[in-house]
Design a binder for this molecule. Structure first.
Ligand SMILES: Nc1ncnc2c1ncn2[C@@H]1O[C@H](COP(=O)(O)OP(=O)(O)OP(=O)(O)O)[C@@H](O)[C@H]1O
Length: 344
C-alpha cells in the first residue's frame, strides 16, 4: 500500500492557562501531544471529559480560547499554523479546513436562511454568481438527505430539527470539499438513532470527497466503526496512540483498557459508560504538580516509578505508541484489570 502524504503534523503541542499571582504560572491542559494525519485518514481523539480533546481540536483550527498559552508546532501541508494570526488562517478556513461542532447553532446564524448561509460559504471561496451559489446550496442540502431541499433552503435554522441542523452544518462544512474536517462531538446532542444517521452521512461524504477527518468523541464504539487511528488522551497527555484495530483490539495502556471495560456490551452507541475506573481525572493543578503518571492514582497496576516519573510514549508496534511504565505487565485481556462497579 502506498503511504498517503501527511496533511497535518502536530508536534509537542502544549496548551495552558494562566494561573497564580498575576497569571505568572501556567497550568497545562494539553501536554506534549504529537500526531500526524495523512490525506483522507480518520483520526479519533478520545478520553474522558476534560482530557483536552476539544482544546487540541480548537488549537488546530486557530480557535483556542483567548487566554490559552500554546507551544509546539501545528503544520498543515508544511505550513506552520500555531501562532498564526486570523489572516494566516484566512485562506484555509472553509476552503481547506472545515469545522463541525457539537452545537449547530454555534455556527449557524439565526438571522439568515440556511440556504443563504450555504450560498455565502460557496461565494467565500469561489467567484460564482448568486444563482449558481444558491443552486450549489440546494444540491448540498439534498446530498445530506434534507427532503424538498429547494424549499427548505429558505428556512431559518430554528425551523429545522436538531438532526436537520446538524445535517445542514455538515453540508456547509463539506460544500467546498475541504481537505480536512475537524468534528468535535458532532452527534452528542442528538437522539441515538439520529446520531447513527448523521455519523453515516459524515462518513459517506468524507469518502466521496477524500477529506481527512479529525473526530473528537468520547464514544469508543464510534471510534471502532469510523476511525483508522485513535489517540487516547488522559489529563492532556497521550496515553495510547495507534491503529484502531490494535489499540482497541489489544490495548497496552491500562487507561485504554479501563475505557474499553466501561463499554456496556452490546449497547448502542452513545450509551452511558459503566463506572469501572475508580475516582476521577485530576484537576489541571493536580496534573501539573504530580511528578508521576497522571493516571497512577486510578490505575490497578500503579507501582513506584508510576508515582515518581512521568512515562513518555514508546513504540510497542509499528505506529502503536503507549505511555506506561507497566506496559509489559498489562495482561493479554487487559479489560480484566477493571471490574464493573470499580476496580481496587
Ligand atoms: N478557557 C479556559 N480556561 C481555563 N481552562 C480551560 C479553558 N478551556 C478549557 N479549559 C480546561 O482545559 C481542560 C481540557 O478541556 P477540553 O474542553 O479540551 O476537554 P475535553 O476532553 O474536550 O472534555 P469534554 O468531553 O468535556 O468536552 C479542562 O480541564 C478544562 O476545564
Amino acid at each position: 500500500m502506498t503511504q498517503r502524504p501527511t496533511l497535518l503534523s502536530v508536534t509537542d503541542l502544549r496548551v495552558g492557562f494562566p494561573d497564580g499571582p498575576k497569571g505568572r504560572e501556567t497550568l497545562h491542559a494539553v501536554r506534549d501531544v504529537s500526531f500526524d494525519l495523512a490525506e483522507g485518514e480518520v483520526l479519533a481523539l478520545v478520553g474522558e471529559s476534560g482530557a483536552g480533546k476539544s482544546l487540541t481540536a480548537r488549537v488546530l483550527l486557530g480557535m483556542a480560547p483567548p487566554a490559552a498559552r500554546t507551544s509546539g508546532s501545528v503544520r498543515f501541508r508544511g505550513r506552520e499554523l500555531l501562532g498564526a494570526s486570523r489572516s494566516g488562517y484566512a485562506g484555509l478556513w472553509g476552503r481547506h479546513v472545515a469545522f463541525v461542532p457539537q452545537d449547530a447553532l454555534s455556527v449557524l446564524s439565526p438571522v439568515h436562511t440556511v440556504g443563504d448561509q450555504l450560498a455565502a460559504a460557496v461565494r467565500s471561496v469561489r467567484r460564482t454568481g448568486r444563482a449558481e451559489a444558491r443552486a450549489a446550496a440546494v444540491a448540498a442540502l439534498d446530498r445530506v438527505g434534507i427532503a424538498d431541499a429547494a424549499r427548505r433552503a429558505g428556512a431559518y435554522p430554528h425551523e429545522f430539527s436538531g438532526g436537520m441542523r446538524q445535517r445542514a452544518v455538515i453540508a456547509m462544512a463539506m460544500i467546498n470539499e475541504p481537505d480536512l474536517v475537524v468534528a468535535d462531538e458532532p452527534t452528542t446532542a442528538l437522539d441515538p438513532d439520529v446520531q447513527e444517521q448523521v455519523l453515516g452521512l459524515l462518513a459517506s461524504l468524507r469518502e466521496t470527497t477524500g477529506a481527512a477527518l479529525l473526530l473528537v468523541t468520547h464514544d469508543l464504539d464510534v471510534v471502532a466503526r469510523h476511525a483508522d487511528r485513535v489517540l487516547v488522551l488522559y489529563a492532556g497527555e497521550t496515553a495510547e496512540h495507534g491503529p484502531v484495530e490494535r489499540v482497541l483490539g489489544r490495548p497496552r495502556a491500562p487507561y485504554t483498557a479501563g475505557l474499553l471495560a466501561s463499554l456496556p456490551p452490546g449497547e448502542p452507541t452513545g450509551s452511558r459508560l459503566l463506572p469501572v475506573i475508580n475516582g476521577s481525572p485530576p484537576t489541571l493543578r493536580e496534573a501539573s504538580s504530580s511528578p508521576g503518571c497522571a493516571f497512577a492514582p486510578r490505575c490497578p497496576l500503579a507501582a513506584d516509578p508510576c508515582r515518581t516519573r512521568r512515562p513518555t510514549p514508546s513504540e510497542v508496534d509499528a505506529g502503536h505508541l503507549v505511555s506506561c511504565h507497566r506496559l509489559t505487565d498489562v495482561p493479554d485481556v487487559p479489560t480484566c484489570l477493571f471490574q464493573p462497579g470499580g476496580n481496587g
